[in-house]
Ligand binder design. Structure first.
Ligand code: CDP
Ligand code: MG
Length: 739
């Protein structure tokens, strides 16, 4: 057999099941990845010198194009697309042919399900069509929800450009902590979470003529809750048009939920995509991804690459690795333009992914799930899919939530592959084996509502006067115990009374677009006269652990700078210290630079803080500062986060107080060196161990003060434990201090 035949991929020791499966399913026609192209490249460019490592792929299947005509259609190259005027581009979208039919269908039906291939123009075009058809007359708005903030921002920017408006005027977006709309806004893109909040101020959505729940297939928690709310509203607002738009095959399910609403299918234009798998599982998918990108770059014909990674950290690492390696290779390879995209990326850098690729160069987009369906980047011909995403997982028994890197579903994998076939025939390289695809991936992703904490949403629904949550019209109901736990937590926080009704405190908590524990902390700051400090802490906690900058070549300096900010008492006080010092320099960029602080995160924290401060007026809390009293500040934090209390146990480990779960202080914490007996943590992250991130030292007696109905003094009595944990000198000293 020739080189690359599947026989020589069946290495010794391969799982028998897998071997058998591969023998049955991978035909002899399977070709080693790029064998032909690679040979060509070797001749021309000293390939072996360029590629000192190589990932071997085998081709298994070709995902067919969606219709015959697509394959015969002239293949548009990325540069052709860029040369087209905006008007021509709009007309080239698959949806364009159906413009009149869509308008007519919206006129004829109150609720319409729209299904169409990603990139066909649903999100950017439908609101414009409906605007042209008069749905924005009489100052009525068309709303369109997006599960992700990056999508809301980038799509609205695109639509504003297409319509020739300045973003924020006629076309705008609204995401948490950022409202880019005005009195004049008629097309409003927003995150699904923001629409939920709009219900608080406008329960019948009276200012909207059309509401589009977009990317419905993503089934985010907020989108799922919106389904129930908008379905209800549609009944008493017959003039409101409702569009549920989705990329994939869930249309039937949506139709059934919305009382058999008609489905409008937009036939897509998709070219065939060849799917390749690795021969063997890859131990380090990040490294494999970087190698594969270079491999594609040197062996494959022109076309941009889209790589799916799980988050900011991975994307930044991959970015660095690629820059490093391409720099080393210098002029041996053509230019590679690396563009990262993830939700915390500042918007000016986000738009770079849409910049045209310079002639002769190749663009590689390093993206999170955002590029799976929410964003379409023209010119992608190669998709590289390691097969993972970051997912929330929730333990309904303990109430613990963690973000975990999880294998994607088959549906996701296919959606990702499809991104390679938009402008021409494409290739998708999966960094996992064909066997793993078949046997290890779930068919579909579990909707978020079934794997997340519901505290936030329950508080919001209660604020909307929806008391009976058990009978709320969910498309897929959340697990009963998750709902009960959310009610319990809100009760413990004082947001609900024993009958499950919203309290005055709960109503005030719902004013803040943050988690109930954070809003409780903010409200508690009134009592402890430290609202100024607590707002800064809340803002700093909200920027996602992106405060400290740690470049690989300056690790020592960066760590020293970080530890210099440490304050006794814990990480919240350290974050406060960073914010205060920065504010004292009049928000200096230079200061951030000198202190290894990420300036972008700080300006975002400042924005968030300003917004929160504005909201304090609505709940009538004065801004008072009490910077010297760290006990008061820590008590306010504890008043919100008493659920997250842990007590030192053996060997530097902690046990959570309510569930006796073993957890550790994160090595980055200022308390890592001197573990306190009692602490409150902000969040748990699961890496190799279950780590508590952002912790403060507390005294157990505070728990009785801030949550008397949740903690009994017996639970917190240190001496009642039969077995005393092994004490370090420091822990002993702490105990004396506390008793
Ligand atoms: O919503 P759907 O996936 O059906 O498509 P869309 O997001 O409306 O995208 C339609 C076209 O707009 C695609 O060709 C995108 O590349 C383009 N687009 C863009 O150029 N810039 C953006 N910020 C968003 C979309
Ligand atoms: Mg879309």
């Amino acid at each position: 057999p020739q080189e690359g035949y599947v026989e020589d991929s069946l290495e010794k020791g391969m799982n028998y099941e897998q071997k058998k499966w591969e023998e049955e399913h991978l035909s002899a026609a399977v070709m080693k990845f790029g064998a032909k192209d690679a040979k060509q490249a070797r001749k021309e460019k000293d390939y072996d010198y360029v590629m000192d490592e190589e990932i071997e792929f085998v081709q298994a299947v070709t995902m067919p194009g969606s219709n015959k005509s697509a394959e015969t259609e002239s293949q548009l190259s990325a540069s052709d697309l860029k040369k087209m005027s905006i008007e021509e581009t709009r007309k080239s979208l698959p949806i364009y042919k159906f413009k009149d039919d869509i308008i007519a269908a919206v006129r004829d039906h109150q609720v319409l399900i729209i299904e169409g291939e990603t990139g066909s123009g649903k999100t950017t075009q439908i609101p414009q069509y409906l605007h042209e058809a008069g749905f924005t007359n009489d100052k009525m708005k068309i709303g369109c929800t997006q599960p992700r903030r990056v999508a809301a921002m980038s799509v609205s920017a695109r639509v504003a450009e297409e319509m020739g408006y300045k973003l924020g005027n006629e076309v705008g977006y609204s995401i948490r902590f950022e409202d880019c709309t005005s009195e004049r806004t008629i097309l409003k893109y927003m995150t699904d979470g923001m629409l939920l909040r709009e219900f608080l101020g406008e329960p019948d959505l009276a200012s909207y003529s059309v509401m589009i729940i977009d990317e419905a297939h993503e089934r985010t928690l907020h989108t799922d809750v919106l389904f129930g709310l908008v379905k209800d509203i549609a009944r008493f607002r017959p003039d409101l048009k409702l569009l549920i738009s989705s990329a994939t095959l869930d249309a039937q399910k949506f139709s059934e939920f919305f009382d058999d609403a008609p489905i409008f299918r937009i036939p897509g234009r998709r070219f065939p995509v060849d799917i390749y798998y690795t021969k063997a599982p890859e131990a380090d998918y990040l490294d494999a991804a970087v190698v594969s990108v270079l491999q594609i770059h040197v062996t494959q014909p022109k076309g941009d690459i889209l790589v799916f990674l799980t988050g900011q950290e991975e994307i930044e690492t991959a970015n660095e690795m690629l820059l490093e390696r391409t720099k080393k290779l210098g002029s041996k390879i053509k230019e590679l333009m690396v563009c990262p995209i993830y939700s915390n990326l500042p918007s000016d850098l986000q738009s770079r992914i849409f910049d045209p690729t310079p002639p002769g160069a190749r663009k590689v987009v390093l993206a999170t799930n955002i590029a799976e369906t929410s964003l379409t980047i023209d010119g992608i011909v190669y998709v590289l899919d390691p097969g993972f995403c970051k997912q929330k997982s929730y333990n309904a028994r303990t109430g613990m939530e963690s973000l975990i890197v999880t294998p994607i579903s088959k549906a996701s994998a296919n959606q990702r592959a499809g991104r390679a076939g938009r402008v021409s025939a494409g290739k998708c390289f999966r960094l996992f084996t064909a066997w793993a695809y078949k046997n290890e991936l779930e068919d579909n992703t579990v909707p978020e509502i079934q794997r997340t904490n519901l505290g936030n949403v329950v508080l919001l629904l209660k604020s909307l006067g929806i008391n009976d949550l058990i009978h709320f019209d969910f498309m897929d109901p959340p697990p009963h115990e998750t709902l009960v736990l959310a009610l319990e937590q809100l009760y413990a926080l004082g947001a609900l009374n024993h009958k499950g009704e919203l309290t005055k405190l709960g109503r005030r908590m719902a004013e803040f677009p943050v988690d109930p524990m954070l809003s409780k902390m903010i409200l508690a700051s009134e009592k402890y006269k430290c609202s100024d400090e607590i707002l800064s802490i809340t803002a700093m906690l909200s920027v996602n652990n992106a405060v400290f900058y740690r470049p690989k070549d300056k690790v020592v300096h960066a760590d020293t700078a970080r530890t210099n900010f440490f304050r006794p008492g814990g990480d919240h006080l350290t974050l406060l210290n960073v914010y205060t010092q920065w504010a004292e320099t009049n928000y200096s960029t230079q200061w951030c630079y000198e202190n290894y602080i990420q300036h972008r995160s700080m300006t975002r924290a400042r924005d968030i803080r300003d917004q929160l401060e504005g909201m304090m007026e609505r709940v009538e809390i004065e801004i008072t500062t009490n910077a010297g009293d760290t006990v008061a500040i820590r008590k306010a934090v504890t008043a919100g986060f008493f659920y997250h209390t842990a007590k030192l146990s053996k060997g530097g480990q902690y046990k959570t107080v309510k569930h006796q779960q073993t957890v550790m202080v994160h090595p980055n914490s200022s308390l890592f060196e001197e573990l306190p007996r009692w602490l409150v943590y902000h969040e748990l992250v699961l890496t190799t161990k279950e780590y508590m991130r952002q912790v403060i030292e507390i005294e157990s007696s505070w728990l009785l003060e801030v949550a008397p109905h949740y903690y009994k003094s017996k639970e917190l009595d240190d001496s009642s434990h039969k077995k005393m944990p092994k004490q370090t000198g420091k822990a002993k000293a702490d105990m004396h201090k506390h008793s």
